[in-house]
Design a protein around this ligand. Structure first.
Ligand code: ADP
Length: 191
């Protein structure tokens, strides 16, 4: 099993690229954002509790996403590995993931970091707001907060990957296809 972490700020294209990478390499795409939005859409108690946090662009509690991920890892069969998208988002989540994988005889094999500047990010998010219907895309202050939360809480996880020598920075500007090729090149080195 190979485990790939997809990193990058909101709007960097993690989700788009993760879906196609997962198909190509028969991996399971695990997006905590998608899982949380599914809870919201289904109107579960958890979804209702998380709604305000998400629409403010803040992070939901670590234990919530850690439990979601553990459940998915344990219920998956027939895949070559996992692509983690939007998780881990804090150093605590990264520690939890590392332990979870270790207990199951796996490790983090690769961390792909999409590099996109803030001006381009704002531009993309404004365009996405017109089609996504997401409350957290609709408001410029919330988008700014999500980028700030990323810089403060999630970027330290990249140092974690650097120390473990698994992180690779990938230029996240260009056509979707070109970026896909860049990402595939790195995945090919671990399979
Ligand atoms: P984006 O990367 O575009 O910000 P996501 O779909 O990954 O969007 O996440 C949307 C929201 O869901 C986040 O702003 C946060 O509130 C919540 N969320 C998703 N993943 C996590 C996580 N790993 N830890 C805490 N909160 C999360």
């Amino acid at each position: 099993m190979i485990n790939v972490l997809m990193f990058g700020p909101p709007g960097s294209g993690k989700g788009t690229q993760s879906v196609t990478l997962a198909k190509k390499y028969n991996m399971l795409h695990l997006s905590t954002g998608d899982m949380l939005r599914a809870e919201l859409a289904a109107g579960t108690e958890l979804g209702r509790k998380m709604a305000a946090i998400m629409s403010a662009g803040e992070l939901v509690p670590d234990e919530v996403v850690i439990a979601m991920i553990a459940q998915k890892i344990d219920s998956t069969t027939g895949k070559t590995g996992f692509i983690f998208d939007g998780f881990p988002r804090t150093v605590e989540q990264a520690d939890a993931l590392q332990n979870m994988l270790k207990e199951r005889g796996m490790k983090i094999d690769l961390m792909l970091v999409l590099d996109v500047n803030d001006t381009e990010l704002m531009d993309r998010m404004k365009k996405r707001a017109l089609v996504s219907g997401r409350a957290d895309d609709a408001d410029e202050a919330v988008i700014n907060n999500r980028i700030a939360v990323y810089r403060a809480k999630t970027e330290p996880v990249i140092d974690y990957g650097r120390r473990a020598k698994v992180s690779r920075t990938v230029e996240g500007i260009g056509s979707i296809d070109d970026i896909f090729v860049r990402l595939c090149r790195h995945i090919e080195t671990i399979i």
